[in-house]
Design a protein around this ligand. Sequence first.
Ligand SMILES: Nc1ncnc2c1ncn2[C@@H]1O[C@H](COP(=O)(O)OP(=O)(O)OP(=O)(O)O)[C@@H](O)[C@H]1O
Ligand SMILES: [Mg+2]
Length: 224
Amino acid sequence: MTTLLLEAVTKTFGEGPAAVEVLRGVDLAAASGDAIAVTGPSGSGKSTLLHIIGTLERPSGGRLEVDGEDPFRLPDRELARFRNQVTGFVFQDSHLLPQYTVLENVLLPTLAFPPPAAEAEATGRGLLERVGLGHRLGHRPAELSGGERQRVAVARALIHHPAMLLCDEPTGNLDRTNAMAVANLLLELREEFKGLLIVVTHSDEVAARFARRVRLVEGQCFEA
Ligand SMILES: Nc1ncnc2c1ncn2[C@@H]1O[C@H](COP(=O)(O)OP(=O)(O)OP(=O)(O)O)[C@@H](O)[C@H]1O
Ligand SMILES: [Mg+2]
């Protein structure tokens, strides 16, 4: 069971007259099993919030706690391990490396922090099977459709069984049918892996599938 807590989190980019105050005191509490959709206008700070939760970005103020600890207090190497193993990221563009096969792309996160030999590949194959791409292991990303590439990105994000799966508009580049398929897949996987799922989306239809919906408005977070 993992808990996530944000208390009065602020984020300002730049300084002085050029400063952009993006988050102005975000409070959010979540735990394993939660499926949360984050909505809000463009520029409202949705990606910034997700980056802070995933420790890709430091907050300017306030507290971030995962299981009662502030991950930013970890030494650099441990913070890198936390990011690699506790969080999984899926972005709008799948960010697959074109020169590698589907299976190799899914295994990339294990290069930095290798699990016991042979385990990684078996896990990767299993995940690709689970997302419906078990028959495409040796293909390159360019040979896949956009929806298929996103399913590879989802498998890659799950390779270390992360406690938190963080997705930034994972369906933003997909047509409606594929968008709903990927959203439903994320929700099913959340049930299976018992993790915490947070998905930023512009789609009301995708957001409606989530048990919890939060909206970012003027730098603050409201339960919708
Ligand atoms: N590194 C940065 N330096 C300066 N300003 C930034 C930086 N990153 C984000 N911003 C600004 O912070 C604000 C929020 O950006 P963010 O990307 O979090 O919004 P968003 O809600 O994800 O928008 P979208 O829906 O368009 O993706 C924007 O005004 C953006 O220009
Ligand atoms: Mg964004």
